[in-house]
Design a protein around this ligand. Sequence first.
Ligand code: SF4
Length: 569
Amino acid sequence: MLQLLRVDLDKQNYFFEELSPDYAKLGGRALTSQIINREVPATVDALDSQNKLIFAAGILAGTNFPNSGRLSVGAKSPLTGGIKEANAGGNAAQKLAKLGIQAIVLEGCAHGLTTLKIDSDGVSFIKADPLKGMGNYQIIEELKKEHGGKVSIISIGPAGEKKLKAASISITSPDFHIRMAARGGLGAVMGAKNIKAVVIDNQGSKKVEIQDKEKFKTAVSKFTKGVLAYPMIEALKVFGTPVLVNMINSLGCMPTRNFSVGQFDSAQQISGEHIAELMDKRPNSVADHKCMSGCVIGCSNVFTDEKGEVIVSGLEYESIVLTGSNCMVDDIDIIARINRACNDIGVDTMDVGAAIALAMEADILAMGDGKGALALVNEIREGTENGLMIGNGCKATGEKLGSKRIPQVKGQGLAAYDPRGLKGTGTTYATSAMGADHTVGNAIPNPLSQYDPSSPEGQWEMSSFLQIYHAAIDSLGICLFASLPALDFADLQGHMVQGVAAMVGETLDEDYLKQLGIATLKAERQFNTKAGFTKEDDRLPRFFRQEPLLPSGNVFDVSDEDLDKVNAF
Ligand code: SF4
């Protein structure tokens, strides 16, 4: 049975703890959200030392169940003031599980900038002064030199040290590219705790125990087969998530010019197909890149310049749209460099992308000025007034600039799907405890379903179902793309449940995923209620109801009554 590792940063102490009955058999988001709801005072400032920062491995982490190595990061969010879980790939979760650790709970605040090293001997507290102000790419190189090439590194860049509200947390992939737990400003919580990096070394550790190996093997094999048979998987392998550019653009729902238009005239220039063509010609570019070991899909990529120098990995749909079409920038190389700068400084490409569009609308720089956008992002590192403004995300930027069209909910910027045409996603943006977030319940139509995303009717049911499902998937540690086929092929949900059952050696209810998801959402909602959120916070900004989205003319017209029905447990 895995344990909790509690680290008292004030006293430089740590201890291992059996999972109490409240936390038993939980992992990932279920565990971070239950701990925050029970242990963090809801009204405390997110940067106060009473806030806790939790890194939790998913329930299936450390096993060979496909794509099950997501790491959940949880805390009270400085961006939203509510509960937050952001998860990312990389290999940290698998290493933690192999060390016998289900989650690390960071409590209090270190007295000076510190790196934590976690290995089979326990926890070491290492002074991190030489890393002060350093960006994530250099930190990774320095820590690799010091601790070897078999570790996983979790770190923050200058934005986290500056405690900016859009600060993210970087997690290394097995080949030391960066994945981001980007949303909600959790990098600022890490910075407030004076933790620059966490190095995880599982050399000499044991395998994660599986109680019923044969049953587990069968579940793995059937799930893998089912995932690989899903029609969209091949496109993800070839084009990665940028395959969505042409798809969402043709639906008329791709945020363009600060969420004023749903189609971008230059979509082809930033599309997955164009990126694939460029990557074919460029040395060292990799399609089908895997962000974690055990991935059977490979939706990530390594995007290089003409000489073969790596610009960024992975170049993803949401980053491309929020810093591309939404800012009227159509140069994919500039977009990739903005992405790299965000990764290095340690900020969320989505919130910062939305902030740049607002700065463009306010004539801080010209709409479509990609080079200017890159320079503005680099100002976050320098700490200029405008740099700090966009580093605090789109809500802070819009308020400072007097914008009446700030695309945010509960303080978090919308993802790259316009809610006026994708009303199920809009319903999720409005009602999720996480703020506007696509990963917690993105309702995208596909040829296998009859779902109509533009109707105002029934969206609360779709959003409720998806929010429950994804809360469970985030708790298992399975990546979104491996979980999508199970929405259309329900037998795959059964194989996930059987995988967990075989691992823990128990029989689980058929509706195990539903129960896990509901319990997690309830804890999240409870925390936000204690923090002062009401149903008035479960609304989209007014302009989405008033301004028709061009060219479709759609507005967001899901009723408030329906929004209030979402997961009203
Ligand atoms: S499918 Fe993509 S996000 Fe999921 S594990 Fe593989 S590379 Fe990572």
